[in-house]
Design a protein around this ligand. Structure first.
Ligand SMILES: [Zn+2]
Ligand SMILES: [Zn+2]
Length: 404
């Protein structure tokens, strides 16, 4: 399968460069969807468009037998690209800085490979081209959550997703059974005080001083209120307040992100943050506290992770399958995993000649495009083998086989 994928590499590079030049923001992937739809049409793969607003879902194989879903996300970020390459983004201030152009290309590559063996597939492969991984809209929906809500994975027995990883060398993949990425929630805190002249502060209630207390106290939740062996992060990414140097501010808004793995710790962080915020009431102020739950944690199915590792070793060689890091990053792929067993795998994209890692979400992010064949082959080979090996009584059941 890998040699077939490598033969497709010039096509895959062309596709990726096209998508890279025309990035679209979350839930605005109109041209990207149309491109995906046209490619599937030309391959003779039936598909639905406008799934989860701007997504596309294709289907390969036969109606009976199990169904495996493969998922790629399609959206870009509001970042101005700084790479001086012929395929740099042609849209001002929008860039595929998270590699979703590569994911979309890898899934299209897998579709090309699977189409060639469609007659032999003992089941179905669902191709999920998902919009809006990067944001949670005002209505609380990201692309994956909406896909799930629209029933896309109701008939799915397992799902595999992937993400490019700039820390792993091209040609390698990263696999991890169990917890891999954190639950991510958003907080918006309004601290309410009373205006006064800056020289007569005792006549007001200073929202800026109260905000400072809240920020410092909140940091002690992680260090002193949750067990040291549990993961948690509280980050205030924005602080807004005040109008002038000599006016006591009556309002400060703090927004931030809260990360965790354990559901009990998640509940505790939500509760204890509000307790910390409520200290402003003893300082003469008031508050509004909003805690908005985002993506759940990505917890890989151990058996499926072992399966993906085994396929990866067969395709790429044993030394190319690494243990992926557990991080406090988040990924809306987790929504699928709440409804079916899933595995999220990392695809190395670091070119050997790059002296430094080019991190995701930065203006100089880029990939070694040879990884496109790795992702396409891994997707396709996992689909073929999983459908061949699937036995309901064996899945679920076996422990992780990452070491085999
Ligand atoms: Zn991203
Ligand atoms: Zn991403």
């Amino acid at each position: 399968m890998f040699s077939q994928a490598q033969a497709l590499l010039p096509d895959l590079i062309r596709i990726r460069r096209h998508l890279h030049q025309w990035p679209e923001l979350s839930f605005q992937e109109y041209e990207t969807s149309a491109f995906v739809s046209k490619t599937l049409h030309d391959l003779g793969i039936p598909h639905e468009t406008e799934v989860a607003r701007t997504g596309v879902v294709g289907i390969l194989g036969h109606g009976d037998g199990p169904t495996l879903a493969l998922r790629a996300d399609m959206d870009a970020l509001p970042i101005q690209e700084e790479n001086d390459v012929p395929y740099r983004s042609r849209r001002e201030g929008v860039m595929h800085a998270c590699g979703h152009d590569a994911h979309t290309t890898m899934l299209l590559g897998a579709a090309m490979l699977l189409k060639q063996v469609e007659d032999q597939l003992p089941g179905r492969v669902k191709l999920i081209f998902q919009p809006a991984e990067e944001i949670i809209g005002g209505d609380g929906y990201s692309g994956a959550k909406l896909m799930v809500e629209e029933g896309v994975i109701e008939d799915v027995d397992a799902i595999i997703g992937l993400h490019v990883d700039p820390t792993l060398p091209v040609g390698s993949i990263g696999v991890r059974p169990g917890p891999m990425m954190a639950a991510a929630d958003r907080i918006v805190i309004d601290i309410l005080g009373k205006k006064a002249h800056g020289a007569y502060a005792y006549l007001g209630a200073d929202a800026i001083v109260m905000a400072a207390q809240v920020i410092m106290a909140a940091q002690t939740i992680i260090s002193r209120r949750i067990p040291a062996v549990q993961e948690g992060v509280i980050t205030f990414g924005e602080i807004h307040g005040g109008v002038r140097d000599n006016i006591i501010s009556d309002r400060v808004t703090l927004t931030g992100t809260v990360r965790s793995y354990d559901p009990h710790i998640r509940d505790q962080l939500e509760r204890e943050l509000e307790e910390v915020v409520s200290i402003v009431e003893r300082l003469g102020g008031g508050y509004q506290y909003r805690y908005m739950r985002g993506n759940p944690a990505v917890i890989n199915d151990g058996q499926l992770a072992g399966f993906v590792a085994r396929i990866g070793k067969q395709l790429l060689g044993a030394e190319q399958v690494r243990e992926a890091a557990k991080t406090m990053g988040a990924e809306d792929f987790a929504w699928y995993m709440r409804h079916t067993r899933g595995n999220f795998v990392r695809i190395g994209v670091r070119a050997p000649q790059w002296p430094e890692v080019r991190p995701l979400h930065t203006p100089t992010f880029d990939i070694d495009e040879r990884a496109l064949a790795v992702g396409a082959a891994l997707f396709a080979q996992c689909a073929v083998r999983w459908l061949q090996e699937y036995e309901p009584e064996r899945w679920p059941g076996e422990p992780s086989i990452l070491e085999d």
